[in-house]
Ligand binder design. Structure first.
Ligand SMILES: [Zn+2]
Length: 202
C-alpha cells in the first residue's frame, strides 16, 4: 500500500514498545515531512546510542561515561536490599519515591507465562551471580530481594520464575504489595501508590 521505504520504517516502528500500526504509520510520515537537517541529527544520535552509552556493571543502568558502577551501586550508605525490576524506567520510578534506599537489578524484560524461550531474554544468570558474590562487583552483601516486576500477566509470571531462581539462597524474598493498578506498569504508577506498595511488601 505504501512505497517500500515507508513500509520498512513502519515495520521498524512496529517493534517499539506500545506502538501500534496507526502510530507507526504516523511516525513514518512524520519523518517523511521532516527537514533533512533534523533527519541528520536523528541519524547521528541513533549511531551514538550504542557506542556512547555504557551500562553499570552491577545493575545495568545506562551511564554516559564509562565507569564500573553507577551512582546508586557506588553509594555505600544504601541498605542491603535488591529490587529486581524489568526495565530501567521502573528503577527511575522507584528511585523517585525517595522511599527506597536499596540497590537495583534491571532484568531487561519479562517472561510470558507460556513461552520458555523468554527465559533467555531476562538476565537470570547475571542476577544469581550478583546475589552470590556482590562484593566482586563492589556492592555489599544482599539480605533481602524485592521482586518489583510489573503487575501484568508477564510481570507476575516473571515474579514466579524469579522466586524459583532465588529460593535456594538464604534471602528474605518479598514482593511489592498489591494496590498497584492491575495490568498497569510501575512506570505509570504515581509516587504515593509506589511508596505504599514498597512499604506494604511481603
Ligand atoms: Zn548500578
Amino acid at each position: 500500500m505504501y512505497p517500500k521505504p515507508i513500509k520498512n520504517l513502519i515495520d521498524i516502528f512496529l517493534r517499539f514498545p506500545t506502538v501500534g500500526r496507526k502510530t507507526a504509520t504516523r511516525f513514518a510520515f512524520h519523518l517523511l515531512n521532516t527537514d533533512s537537517s533534523e533527519i541528520d541529527r536523528l541519524i547521528k544520535e541513533l549511531k551514538q546510542l550504542k557506542s556512547s552509552v555504557h551500562t553499570c556493571q552491577f545493575c545495568y543502568r545506562s551511564l554516559e561515561k564509562e565507569r564500573d558502577l553507577c551512582s546508586i551501586c557506588d553509594d555505600k550508605s544504601r541498605e542491603p536490599i535488591l529490587a529486581i525490576v524489568e526495565r530501567e524506567t521502573d528503577l527511575i520510578s522507584l528511585e523517585k519515591t525517595n522511599q527506597y534506599k536499596g540497590y537495583y537489578f534491571i532484568l531487561g524484560g519479562n517472561v510470558s507465562p507460556l513461552r520458555k524461550k523468554d527465559l533467555k531474554k531476562v538476565r537470570a544468570k547475571d542476577l544469581k551471580r550478583r546475589i552470590e558474590a556482590p562484593e566482586s562487583f563492589g556492592v555489599k552483601e544482599i539480605k533481602e530481594v524485592i521482586i518489583a516486576t510489573n503487575p501484568t500477566t508477564e510481570g507476575e509470571a516473571t515474579g514466579l520464575f524469579l522466586k524459583r531462581v532465588l529460593d535456594k539462597f538464604d534471602l528474605k524474598i518479598t514482593k511489592l504489595a498489591k494496590g498497584l493498578p492491575v495490568g498497569g506498569e510501575l512506570e505509570y504508577a504515581d509516587e504515593d501508590t509506589l511508596t505504599s506498595a514498597l512499604k506494604g511488601r511481603k
